[in-house]
Ligand binder design. Sequence first.
Ligand code: ATP
Ligand code: MG
Length: 562
Amino acid sequence: MSETTPGAAAPSSNFIRQIIEEDVRTGKWRGRIATRFPPEPNGYLHLGHAKSICLNFGLARDYGGECHLRFDDTNPVKEEQEYVDSIIDAVRWLGFDWGDHLHFASDYFERFYGFAEHLIRRGKAYVDSLGAEEIRAYRGTLTEVGRDSPYRARGADESLDLFRRMRAGEFPDGAHVLRARIDMASPNLNLRDPVLYRIRRATHHRTGDAWCIYPMYDYAHCVSDAIERITHSICTLEFEDHRPLYDWVLDELADVLPWHSRQVEFARLNLTYTVLSKRKLIELVGSGAVEGWDDPRLPTLAGVRRRGFTPEAIRMFAERIGVAKADSWIEMGVLEDCLREDLNERAPRRIAVLDPLRLTIDNYPEGAVESCEAPNHPQHPERGTRPLPFSRELWIEREDFAETPPRGFFRLAPDAEVRLRYAYVVRCTGVEKDAAGRITTVHCRYDPDTRSGTPGAASRKVKGNIHWLSTAHAQSSELRLYDRLFRVPEAGAADSREALNPDSKRILTAFTEPALSQALPEERFQFERHGYFIADRSDGAPGRPVFNRAVSLRDSWSGRRG
Ligand code: ATP
Ligand code: MG
């Protein structure tokens, strides 16, 4: 991956790094460091996953190890190839490389099955014939111990026979399950003989109809980790209570699968004004509240990519928020600041007029055009300039003129002077209005001795400096201004539909400078004073790009949080 993330500092330490450093010091894994990112292909990845991706791949990179991309594809009912493809795309876009280590839990189905038979033979698992409802009822509660299933006493031979016939398809869905034989009185409900396998006639996106029994996550996950000789199996806090089961399975399989990965939990990312849950995202997409998985308002990686976020900004964000053991909320502004920091340095400057008002320079020769030089980046003269055609008729922003200027207004007003950036100083001489009293044209006179870059420009001080475009040369472009998807910060807790921000997307037609017609899909720019924009990768056509605003130049929300 790129070593040149702007603003990236040396990774700061955290409790996971301390565990790994201690393991390296004691030689626990004999020098091996292997992590994995294990998505279930049942939805698109979101910014929460990005935290986990950056963590897992970042640790492998920093400690000379490997990080596997493993699809946890053990539930055929919810999983699809489309999701697999989108996940591969997103991880690669974020800048990470799994080398030879692209794995699928479904590739281990035969081995999972063999290990399950091993557990049965050792008396550690049995086939139960209670229904799902009964199993739940027998399981007990936090305050009440569980009861043994009447089938718990089944011998290994009988269970083995039934399990083989389950695989062979002799029984309908739900007729039997395979359960671990652990402890129905355990205070940890996950240890009350958890189900390891169930019958489910469903076509799997990779194994087709080869199987009609599928392993449960708690069984498949730890076994996959051990098969791949993962050293640190990093997951989110909700799996803390599952760790004893993770360890139990690997302990019981130690003689046939002699590898015991260590599960380490960290706090998931919660981000204000959005939701980071595949289930809630599926609802938003399915209900039509947004326009697909890559809607630029969504926190999916496909969405933030289209919105204009850079992989560098997301990696900087992951580094900045760190990892901790306690859940917390991160302000959306933190992520946006990372993007501003990255793009401020990288994005070429361009001009767009969003709310145009005509400006006529009465003493400028009609039909004349001259070329002004506008720098591509104010701090990087080596990045050159582009020509901006200047003429008698210009567009300026309506808000840059005030007929009765408030105190401290340094832009254009009757009889006031302002610099047209990269061009001349003009003085306002009057306005024209339509029948409704709305200003249609502002009239000015320019001072030919004040052209930017000439000695006269330096001697002429004016406070205001506004941007403009020549009306004959500007092109009109579709701009999409996005805002937060939800109006409430802790959107995950609220009823999603109620909390949606009705103004999260605004489309307008703006004037843009000539150079922008050449923008390529996914090229990013700073539109001076308006924010960072990206040429949309899906909409628009060659020569007629459509621009999405990724973020404004300043955070307009930070004061709004109650
Ligand atoms: P969701 O809750 O959105 O459905 P999930 O945890 O079910 O997500 P998986 O595909 O199982 O989704 O996740 C793959 C990995 O990403 C897991 O290791 C999971 O812990 C991690 N992950 C998921 N959401 C977050 C989050 N918000 N912050 C950090 N890591 C996350
Ligand atoms: Mg999950």
